[in-house]
Write a protein that binds this ligand. Sequence first.
Ligand code: FES
Length: 233
Amino acid sequence: MAEIMANVEVAPNIFRIKAAGSFAGRMGQFYMVRAWDKYPLLSRPLSIFDRDEAGIEFLYQVAGEGTKLISDLRPGDELQLEGPFGNGFPEVQASGRVALVGGGIGIAPLFYALRHYSSSDVYLGFSQEAYLAERFKAATTGMVLVNVGGIVLEQVDFHAYDTIIVCGPEPMLKAVQRKQLETGSSANVYVSLENRMACGIGACLVCSVKCKDKRRKACTDGPVFLAEEVVFG
Ligand code: FES
């Protein structure tokens, strides 16, 4: 159990919650989060948005009963957290050029990545990001491009980077795979999948991902995969 320090709506339906305590976790990993005992049954997988000595932060969108219950919590209430889970983003050479690309609430794990890739260029495809864009701008020496109402992926030059990390809905990730193929880019392109999850520890198969060689689990083998590995439906 962790005590909630803040739970603030930073844009319509988008909340930032901070829980007090000392938490482990690297960029791209997630926690299974719940604020109920039995129903709704499943915990929600939330990527680490930020972390410091005081606690851990998550950014989430209210999209169902579970996230609605979490959004109703107030400072002093308690949150159940299990984790960190998942493989997280890859480590890359300090000299490499990195682009972080997020669509929708997929921007959530990218902020914590900036703690590591502090000179990355960031591309945000998100329609309600005033508060968030400012936070991203303060965290990188690279460029932050906010593409409201457009397709953010079109703005990314796949030949300009050594590593490209993309988080967002599946159609966006499919488009990433296509663009890598079409451009013949030699960049290492990674996608972070937003699969539904139940256990977070590889036991239930709810998060199964079809890959070129075999089926994998988003919660333990991912959620981060090389874009070229994944077979999208
Ligand atoms: Fe249960 Fe991945 S969430 S196996």
